[in-house]
Design a protein around this ligand. Structure first.
Ligand code: FAD
Length: 621
């Protein structure tokens, strides 16, 4: 007879079936750990609380990295994406971000099916209210009905649920998100442990009834003709693609919002938590960007057979009648009906400086934390942390050492290092500008950077390992060709590539770095190229394009490390330092760090800003 979940000592318990929890649970299970996922409701596993989209700039890189380590997000997004677009397609490969609008139902169902089929994983519906702590170590979790579950390692991924409160106009509703109960006992328990904690907020827009939108009068945005999948294992996207609509706010919209600011959670002074600077509410936009008389709004269907539409860019917490009034001022929305009104939510988070780089609590061993509970925002940030926490919890349960990822190895490493060393004062989201090695940390090469490591760690199964080994072999052979086949300037000219007549021989790789030169120029000389798959051709061209810049990137990163002790003059006028964003300039002026190293540890500081500061101080008279 099989034992009940309460009578089993699990290797790993994961609390919360959101984006962090699903990656944590499946990663632990892939590592062979006997894993128990405890979550409020089985039918909200994989729920997208806010925007029905995955990926984007920086975030798309994280999804590729999760996928390279055999995580689930990328594969499932490929099965449920209804509008794929590669953002920044015209810019360099380092800053291109794969993104897809997702059919929420398909994603949730795919996630639930994936978890149900995962070996070593058991799922139980339970609301965890307490932790079991013995001899200073977390060894289990207790549900609100008294059931006690034991494990060698516990991972908390409770999202916005810790003491969550929804704000909308005058309404205050205790909730983890719309329609879900908050986790109050667990929040009290964590505060009781004297951990550094705080309040943050985020918000969501109204959901619109697509049948009441005048689509025919709107500009429409189509999906990419050839959708680029997230997963390295997906050959092509087969889900039918849809278009989304584009409208915009106008002077009348802003007037209505400005006249009713007192109803909003933040401007009415009803909440203290800081919201995401990079995902401002429409109230924030009206106040902070008062000189702008219009903001674009994307109307994104939440599913192919779902009339619900997500209006991207106008999250709000004003009262319902004000929401309806301002929505109806926008083109195409004159007769719109609302399915659910927008709201802001305030919730507890744990200061991520309480965590070590494996995401284990420094002062409470046995407990790992991942996702929004650590002060981040976004499914991708949550998923990536979940994977690291699940991996490490499983390793700890088997007595193995912690594993971390370097800043030069992965965006996952950049994010976790930022979180555990700098902490957060507002919800943290990923941007490519946060990485000092962004020319090498690209979405296209995430598998080259991480899958081999995943195989060594036991995270990556045989199918992916074999596909990776095959691709690596092809890439190695292609790389050998482009490095060793060389041409004199005259030979290059005969192929249509004009270079200095300096007598130097140049490799295909060198010549590919010249503007407008493609692999096709060399097809006649290297017939084997015809057999290179498209991914190999692409990677070879991208690598060649970046080859000259990668040394410079290394030199810049090394000089930042070397100059950590550089004294920043006390009277430094940051307004005169070129290349700083307003956010960074504001923080530098307020904090006035003594050294470059201290400046580097300010939350939100980017490597680009540090390089600008270093240059300014070194070269000022
Ligand atoms: P969640 O996805 O919230 O999952 C938490 C899970 O844990 C849930 O399944 C819950 O039922 C379960 N759980 C919680 N407590 C317990 C407990 N005690 N016992 C058992 N189970 C428990 N992100 C953006 O990138 N952009 C946005 O604009 C944005 N806006 C948002 C607006 C709102 C209103 C909300 C709620 C979220 C928003 N997000 C946004 C954030 C995004 O939804 C989260 O970052 C992401 O879902 C975090 O994933 P997670 O796994 O940490 O938590």
């Amino acid at each position: 007879m099989t034992q009940s979940p309460e009578n089993t000592v699990w290797d790993v318990i994961v609390v919360g079936g959101g984006h962090a929890g699903c990656e944590a649970a499946t990663a632990a299970a892939r590592m062979g750990a006997a894993t128990l996922l405890l979550t409020h409701k089985l039918d909200t596993i994989g729920e997208m609380s806010c925007n029905p989209a995955i990926g984007g700039l920086g975030k798309g890189h994280l999804v590729r990295e999760i996928d390279a380590l055999a995580g689930v997000m990328g594969r499932l997004a490929d099965r449920s994406g209804i509008q794929f677009r590669l953002l920044n397609r015209s810019k360099g490969a380092a800053v291109r971000g794969p993104r897809a609008q997702i059919d929420r139902r398909l994603y949730r169902e795919a996630m639930q099916a994936e978890l149900a089929e995962t070996p070593n994983l058991t799922i139980v519906a339970a609301a965890v209210e307490d932790l079991v702590i013995e001899h200073g170590r977390v060894v289990g979790a207790v549900a609100d009905d008294g059931r006690l579950f034991r494990a060698a390692a516990v991972v908390l991924t409770t999202g916005t649920f810790l003491n969550g409160v929804i704000h909308r106009g005058d309404e205050r509703i205790p909730a983890g998100r719309h329609g879900d109960q908050p986790a109050i006992g667990l929040s009290q328990r964590l505060y009781g442990l004297d951990l550094n904690m705080g309040r943050l907020k985020t918000g969501t827009p109204a959901r619109l009834d697509g049948r009441t939108i005048a689509w025919e009068r709107l500009e429409m945005q189509q999906a990419d003709e050839t959708p680029v999948p997230f997963s390295f294992l997906t050959d092509r996207i087969t889900v039918p693609q849809i278009a989304c609509g584009i409208t915009a706010t106008n002077a009348r919209t802003h007037e209505i919002i400005a006249a009713n600011l007192g109803q909003s959670a933040v401007y009415g002074g009803h909440l203290s938590g800081r919201g995401p600077r990079y995902c401002p509410s429409i109230e924030d936009k009206v106040v902070r960007f008062a000189d702008k008389d219009s903001h674009q709004v994307f109307l994104e269907p939440e599913g192919s057979d779902d009339p619900t539409v997500y209006p991207n860019g106008i999250s709000t917490s004003v009262a319902p009648d004000t929401q309806l009034a301002f929505l109806r001022t926008m083109a195409g929305l004159e007769a719109v009906e609302v399915i659910r009104y927008g709201y802001a939510i305030e919730y507890d988070y744990i200061d991520p400086r309480e965590l070590d780089p494996s995401l284990q609590m420094k002062r409470l061993p046995g407990l790992w934390c991942a996702g929004q509970i650590n002060g981040t925002t976004g499914y991708e940030e949550a998923g990536a942390q979940g994977l690291v926490a699940g991996l490490n919890a499983a390793r700890a349960a088997s007595g193995a050492d912690a594993v971390t990822f370097g800043r030069d190895e992965a965006y996952i490493g950049v994010m976790i290092d930022d979180l555990v060393t700098r902490g957060v004062t507002e919800p943290y989201r990923m941007f490519t500008s946060r990485a000092e090695y962004r020319l090498t940390l690209r979405a296209d090469n995430a598998d080259q950077r991480l899958t081999g490591r995943g195989v060594e760690l036991g995270l990556v199964g045989p199918e992916r390992a074999a596909a990776f080994a095959h691709k690596a072999l092809l890439l190695k052979a292609a790389d050998e060709v482009v490095r060793t086949v060389t041409f004199t300037p005259n030979e290059a000219k005969a192929l249509g590539v004009t270079v200095n007549a300096d007598g130097q021989r140049r490799s295909i790789r060198d010549l590919l770095a010249y503007p407008g030169v493609t692999l096709d120029a060399f097809a006649a000389v290297v017939p084997a190229m015809a057999d290179w798959p498209e991914v190999v051709r692409e990677q070879v061209v991208i690598d060649a394009g970046y080859a000259g810049y990668i040394d410079r990137q290394r030199i810049e990163a090394e000089s930042l490390q070397r100059e950590e002790a550089l004294i920043l003059p006390a009277e430094l006028d940051y307004a005169t330092v070129g290349g700083l964003s307003n956010e960074v300039r504001e923080k530098l002026e307020r904090i006035r760090p003594r050294t470059l190293g201290q400046a580097g540890r300010i939350e939100g500081m980017t490597p680009g800003a540090l390089t600008a500061l270093l240059f300014h101080v070194k070269h000022r008279r």
